[in-house]
Design a protein around this ligand. Structure first.
Ligand code: AMP
Length: 548
């Protein structure tokens, strides 16, 4: 790693024109994935890159591609290279990278993705393109109509293969690979290597050089993570809590994640109604609106972006101060991806997750994946809350818990509240509907292969450490639970089992301004100055039933 870090772009063998573009883009030191992959890729060998978004992986295939495509000419309808990406946004981002790094070249790039008018792209294809970037379904659609011929492809890139697996694209990928000439270079990227992906690699790559980089440790170290227990569990109450946190929180800009498309829309409308500068991003929006919203968010014209996972996956939005989970994601690796939108490139970031009683069961999975115990703002869930969550129907957010829900106020909320989340008819979650109804990979993947933001066993950096007075350091889950149980003995006594019933309907924990009053005196806690007010409240470790 030390050796790789000391490399410069000039050491990687890239052409002068490509190097000049990299310099113009403001980069001087290649990231580890770039330092390892680029020298191999420019020779024409296959590369298996195991790397996540945020590691600089895009440039690790775009730069050698531009280098290799410098010589040669495109022919009508026969792209010289093909990049497959799982989502439209990712594909569009890769296209932007070609603009950035291809300023000194005259490469023709076409983008085949859903939701945008294809006329212009088809015209480009007819004239001949050097690079075709596509989502698998779109590509097959155009191939089926005879608009593209794939036998001229010299370089194939498969980006975020494990995401493709999640979304049910593997059969499409197999089909496409079989349509390509066998004598081609394949650059294959995946954050993780579940068995299905290994099989694909064995089938379609030739003696690849395997390049593996860990998720950048800085991501975890610079994110202060907090959980807020919303005992009431109602959407209106969660929206209220969220608004207070935003008002309190020195929020420069934030992405607020919901699990369902329609909840994104509801939250967006609600935030706008309350005078916040908000936008929305979900899979039901047409591509034009998605791109425009994203661009406005990037430029700072929109402060708060309500988003779903699929719409936001892999987005390169460099400077997000906060991530809010309006809903806790059902898959723990989505949590990692979501909070990875903040605290990037060594900056400080904050994430706050609202946890309803039904979502408590997902906290444990998240703790396992992050290797850190949840730190709660305000009232932590009681033993009974946690035990109840365990009794609730396992699976994706079943609402059929032992407790009946309190009467909701609004009609829409009633509908949302009473609807089971485990994908009943008519209640399509974006997580599922855009993933071809496959269960999330994290459900199938062995724990060892789960992406982790807590690879480092050390306590987090200053920002995190100061904000986590009672959190156990990142360790393996059992050890951590012990530590938390130990820590609990020093903490105030856990609530008795009847404490929960004594809680008012609109709970204090869902009213940060009240919790603030209760738990004020932030200075004595020694939190960092720039930690938002709502994060400076006393935090309690999660009480593990049957321990301590
Ligand atoms: P990626 O993993 O490709 O999504 O890239 C993550 C971010 O890192 C993007 O904002 C890139 O522009 C940026 N980036 C890529 N390469 C470098 C580099 N060598 N030095 C600094 N930043 C980079």
């Amino acid at each position: 790693m030390g050796l790789l870090e000391s490399k410069t772009f000039a050491d990687l063998g890239l052409s002068p024109k490509v190097q000049a573009a990299v310099t113009a883009a403001g980069y001087s030191i290649p990231t580890p994935i770039q330092a390892a992959a680029i020298p191999v890729a420019i020779t024409g060998r296959d590369v298996l890159g195991i790397a996540q978004t945020g590691t600089g992986k895009t440039a690790s295939f775009v730069l050698p591609m531009i280098h290799r495509l410098e010589s040669g000419r495109a022919r009508a309808r026969m792209p010289r290279s093909l990049i497959l990406a799982p989502t439209r946004e990712l594909a569009a981002q890769v296209a932007q990278s070609f603009e950035k790094y291809g300023v000194n070249h005259k490469l023709a790039v076409a983008l085949l993705i859903g939701g945008v008018s294809m006329d212009e792209q088809v015209k480009k294809l007819d004239r001949g393109v050097d690079v075709l970037i596509a989502t698998p379904g779109r590509l097959l659609d155009h191939f089926g109509r005879g608009r593209i011929m794939l036998m001229g492809v010299e370089i194939l890139v498969i980006d975020e293969a494990d995401r493709m697996l999640d979304m049910g694209f593997i059969p499409d990928i197999e089909k496409i690979c079989k349509l390509l000439p066998p004598r081609r270079q394949t650059l294959f990227f995946s954050a993780t290597m579940p068995p299905e992906i290994t099989r694909l690699v064995n089938q379609f790559l030739k003696e690849p050089v395997r390049v593996e980089v860990a998720k950048p440790a800085t991501t975890a170290k610079t994110i202060t993570q907090r959980f807020i227990y919303c005992a009431n569990g109602e959407d209106w109450s969660k929206r209220d809590t969220l608004r207070n946190m935003i008002r309190d929180g020195n929020v420069k800009n934030a992405i607020i994640f919901c699990n369902r498309k329609r909840d994104v829309a509801v939250l967006y409308k609600s935030l706008s109604k309350h005078g916040f500068n908000a936008g929305e991003l979900h899979g039901d929006m047409d591509q034009g609106r998605r791109t425009e919203t994203l661009e406005r968010f990037r430029k700072g014209e929109i402060q708060l972006l309500a988003a779903s996972d699929v719409a936001a996956r892999g987005l390169d939005i460099p400077d997000v101060s906060h991530v809010f989970n309006f809903d806790l994601p059902w898959a723990a690796d989505d949590y990692v991806h979501r909070i990875g939108r903040t605290g990037r490139a060594g900056r400080e970031g904050f994430s706050a997750s609202l946890v309803s009683p039904d979502d408590l069961k997902f906290v444990k999975d998240i703790e396992k994946v992050t290797g850190e115990g949840a730190v709660w703002l305000g009232d932590a869930p009681s033993e009974e809350d946690i035990a109840d969550a365990g009794k609730r129907r396992r699976g994706r957010g079943g609402r059929s818990g032992s407790k009946s829900a309190p009467a909701p106020r609004g009609g829409r909320d009633r509908e949302a509240r009473n609807a089971p989340r485990s994908k009943p008819a008519g209640e399509q979650s974006e997580q599922r509907s855009e993933r071809n109804e496959r269960p999330a990979r994290s459900e199938r993947r062995p724990p060892a292969e789960q992406p982790t933001i807590a690879a480092t066993p050390e306590p987090a950096s200053a920002a995190t450490a100061e904000g986590k007075p009672r959190r156990a350091p990142a360790r393996s889950a059992p050890r951590q639970q012990e530590r938390r149980a130990d820590a609990w003995t020093d903490a105030p006594k856990p609530k008795s089992s009847h404490a929960k019933t004594a809680r008012p309907a609109a709970t204090e924990s869902s009213r940060p301004e009240q919790a603030e009053r209760k738990g004020g005196n932030n200075d004595r806690l020694g939190f960092a100055e720039n930690v938002p007010a709502f994060m400076r409240r006393p935090a309690r470790p999660l009480k593990v039933p049957g321990r301590g």
